[in-house]
Write a protein that binds this ligand. Structure first.
Ligand SMILES: Nc1ncnc2c1ncn2[C@@H]1O[C@H](COP(=O)(O)OP(=O)(O)OP(=O)(O)O)[C@@H](O)[C@H]1O
Ligand SMILES: [Mg+2]
Length: 411
């Protein structure tokens, strides 16, 4: 990618669809030049259930981003999520082919291909193959094997698969809106590009993206992704609970949550009173804020507990020195980090997008993490391609490509 190139990401969420346009700057930075958001109601729990409605929302989000950035959008990186996503780790092995046993970019590509050679059901497709570490002649922990000498090359990879039909419905909706899909990216992976620091990924951390319909998690350790999973609860469940518990329509419940929501009872005093709009013309009620807090806390506690249980199933639960980063709109409720700290017994911070310039103010909220991450994925993905191609020949470009790629390895 060169300065001035444009990358566009589109986050197709359960509650909103958001298009982000960015321009590549010198030194591989990203300048946000357009943001377009539209409410989404064609999705359930991260999966397209109504193509027509989704196309309409996509068009709206794209139009707005085009207007703001004064460009024509032709191709996008799109997010994919939902509880059809499955992921697991796999290992590939090859014999190094070249003269003097020097490992080339071709060997690297072959070993990753070998790690991909697993049986997956016909109705699923591979969304990502993310290299974790390479082993050269049984020596583990190698991040960049190109140029090393060895006879046997192995690769540990994290493979993410999704339902073919869900991926098709996303692509179909985007194409119907008149735009090509460059690549599909798992949403928590995209978010990680926007909010995590390389140090956090190296030391080990858990990323939790609490959306409207689902909460997506990704575990990082040693600079690579180790585990991904989806918990089928999100901010919409919190709103539903408020609506039922406080006998108020969903729309008002959502508003109340955004204005007065808090996830931890100990942060709210008994005296605080809020006004709850009544249903169908009934007069508004005054209730204690603590009552709503108790409702929110119960659901958020459940979400974090399910995430915690998922984390305990991995080998990394006790290795995450950098703690937990929570992002997504669900993270915007007061006291979220404090509650999560109690449940995970680890330091928790709220993740917002880093390392971007331009319309920064428009994208700092955690709801934009996935969208911003998609353009950052796009930038890094291009670097990776350059890296693999140049690894075979041109030394200088290869080094340059590798230096750029270091930050995010070979995702
Ligand atoms: N200020 C706020 N306080 C509390 N919650 C909020 C706030 N703003 C947004 N939310 C909640 O965040 C959720 C939406 O988050 P987000 O935009 O990340 O979801 P999404 O990407 O559309 O959904 P998904 O990722 O599940 O497909 C909604 O449930 C909304 O109620
Ligand atoms: Mg989302």
């Amino acid at each position: 990618m060169v300065k001035g190139d444009r990358i566009v990401g589109i986050d197709i969420g359960t509650t909103k669809i958001c298009t982000i346009v960015a321009e590549v700057e010198e030194e591989g930075g990203l300048k946000i030049t357009g943001v377009g958001s539209a409410p989404s109601d064609g999705l359930k729990r991260g999966v397209v259930v109504n193509v027509e409605k989704t196309v309409k929302s996509i068009q709206e989000a794209i139009d707005r981003a085009e207007q703001m950035s004064d460009t024509r959008i032709t191709a996008v990186y799109a997010g994919i999520a939902g509880d059809h996503i499955r992921s697991f780790n796999s290992r590939g092995v090859i014999a190094v082919s070249g003269p003097e046993n020097e490992i080339t970019g071709n060997d690297e590509a072959r070993v990753i291909e070998a790690a991909k050679a697993i049986n997956i059901p016909l109705d699923r497709e591979i969304v990502h193959v993310l290299p974790q570490d390479f082993l050269v002649d049984d020596q583990p922990g190698i991040k960049d094997p190109i140029g090393m000498s060895g006879v046997r090359l192995e690769a540990d990879v994290h493979i993410v698969t999704g339902a073919v039909t869900s991926a098709q419905n996303i692509c179909k909706s985007i194409r119907r809106a008149g735009v090509e899909v460059v690549d599909l990216v798992l949403e928590p992976i995209a978010s990680s590009y926007a909010v995590l620091t390389p140090d956090e990924e190296e030391m080990g951390c858990l990323l939790v993206d609490i959306g409207g319909g689902t909460s997506d998690i990704a575990v990082f350790y040693g600079g690579s992704i180790r585990h991904t999973a989806v918990v089928g609860l999100g901010g919409e469940n919190v709103t539903q609970d408020i609506s039922i518990g406080m006998r108020t329509p969903v729309k008002q419940a959502e508003e109340l949550k955004r204005m007065h929501g808090c996830a931890l009872s100990s942060l709210v005093s008994k005296e605080e009173v809020i006004e709850v709009p009544g249903i169908a013309g009934r007069p508004p009620n005054k209730v204690e804020r603590a009552e709503m807090t108790a409702i929110i806390e119960a659901r958020m506690d459940e979400i974090f507990s399910l995430v915690h249980r998922e984390l305990m199933r991995t080998d990394y639960a006790h290795l995450l020195a950098a703690g937990v980063v929570v992002t997504g709109g669900g993270a915007m409720v007061d006291g979220c980090a404090e509650l999560a700290e109690e449940i995970f017994d680890m330091p928790v911070r709220i993740g917002t997008s880093r390392n971007v310039t331009g319309l920064v103010d428009a994208v700092t909220q955690p709801i934009y993490a996935t969208g911003v991450g998609l353009v950052q994925f796009g930038l890094n993905h291009q670097n990776r391609e350059g890296h693999l191609v140049n690894g075979n020949g041109e030394m200088f470009n290869s080094i340059l490509g590798r230096m750029k790629g270091w930050v995010k390895d070979f995702f």
